[in-house]
Design a protein. Structure first.
Length: 379
């Protein structure tokens, strides 16, 4: 059990697959609304999500998810884990969230915890190092504790284990410029009315590992606002001499693994051609595979009370087993056909409610051992 992961495409040997057990609701507060801002407001999408009750950003509002959706999500995640294992990959799992977990709390806030499902978000694997990133959503503050038994085994086998400074997550910890610059016509009152706290220390570092595209010794990191920039400053100091960091300005509000993924050296799966201009010069010559626009018929139809958290492009969020084998949502025929035309085996796996739970196959997994090393793919 040896940690070694520098990229998303060399042959996969070990992986952690998240758990959807007891994912019954979303804890909606300022941190949740800000994190999912683009999709909650419908900016750039067709969405018209239900709003939070007016009245400031104090207490969180629990948004229940229909039991059928949670059960089907659990079935699909377990199928994903079994499919990966059937390909000869060792699969590790986090602790499941208990059915009635106690609330978690920080200084001046309380939240219902989230299961360790989208485990790509709060942990960055760089070679032989586990780096827990500073979360931006209160309900996810202790999510990586559900991964601690797996991390402990890697530590005992020789891995390094680092935790970035943890934010206090008061309302005034957040740079609101991205939301305020978005020009959305459906602004969220909860974001417009941040409340002061006796624990305020000013803006704090926050970043998710899903904002990082790993290419051997090079890291492309999306920065949408000051919280992200502060975190990247810390990473640059921590990784000095080991990795080269390339800052990408506002490719998205946060995560980029449904915008741009490296399928193999020289080949990106990308949402659109315009992303090329945001990349370092050395990567602009790579080939871009751009799927056709998503077909609305590929997705379930939800009720007005259902909270949709991703754009229809979530199915670009694929998982590579190696340079010639990729797991793809069985409902997304456009991505499958595009990869197959490139000579890549696209293995279909069911994932029905990806828009309700904010993640695809790349989000649900954390690859811990691949054959690749700290290569220089930019030279």
């Amino acid at each position: 059990m040896q940690l070694n992961s520098y990229d998303d495409f060399t042959p996969l040997r070990e992986i952690i697959v998240g758990s959807a057990a007891n994912y019954l609701s979303h804890d909606r507060d300022l941190t949740f609304e800000l994190f999912h801002y683009d999709n909650l407001t419908g900016y750039g999408t067709e969405l018209a999500n239900p709003r939070l009750s007016a009245g400031g950003s104090g207490a969180a509002e629990s948004w229940k998810i229909k039991r059928r959706y949670t059960e089907e999500l659990h079935e699909d995640v377990e199928t994903l884990a079994a499919t990966i294992a059937s390909l000869g990959v060792t699969v590790h799992r986090p602790l499941p969230l208990p059915p009635d977990p106690a609330p978690i709390a920080g200084l001046g806030w309380q939240a219902a915890p989230t299961p360790a499902l989208n485990i790509r978000d709060n942990t960055l694997i760089l070679g032989d190092e586990i780096i827990e990133t500073p979360p931006a959503v209160r309900s996810r503050y202790l999510e990586t504790r559900l991964l601690a038994p797996v991390f402990q085994r890697y530590l005992q086998a020789g891995a390094r284990w680092t935790t970035m400074p943890r934010p206090l997550l008061t309302d005034l910890s957040f740079d609101l410029s991205y939301a305020r610059d978005s020009m959305s016509v459906r602004r969220l009152e909860v974001i417009e009315d941040p409340q002061p706290s006796p624990y305020d220390v000013g803006l704090e570092m926050m970043i998710d590992a899903a904002q990082v595209l790993r290419l051997g010794r090079d890291l492309l990191i999306n920065i949408a606002h000051e919280n992200h920039r502060m975190a990247v400053d810390w990473l640059e100091r921590h990784l000095e001499g080991r990795y080269r960091i390339h800052r990408v300005n506002r490719m998205a509000d946060g995560h980029i693994d449904s915008m741009l993924l490296a399928v193999r050296p020289g080949l990106f799966l990308a949402r659109n051609e315009n992303l090329r201009n945001l990349l370092p010069e050395e990567l602009r010559s790579w080939k871009f595979l751009i799927p056709p626009p998503p077909d609305p018929g590929d997705f379930p139809v939800y009720d007005d009370g259902d909270l949709v958290l991703t754009s229809p492009y979530i199915d670009l969020n694929v998982l590579s087993i190696d340079e010639d084998t990729v797991l793809v949502n069985e409902d997304c025929t456009g991505v499958r056909k595009l990869l197959e035309a490139e000579g890549i085996t696209a293995i279909p796996v069911r994932h029905r409610h990806r828009r309700l739970f904010g993640g695809g196959f790349h989000c649900f997994t954390l690859d811990t051992r691949r054959d690749g090393g700290c290569e220089d793919y930019l030279s």
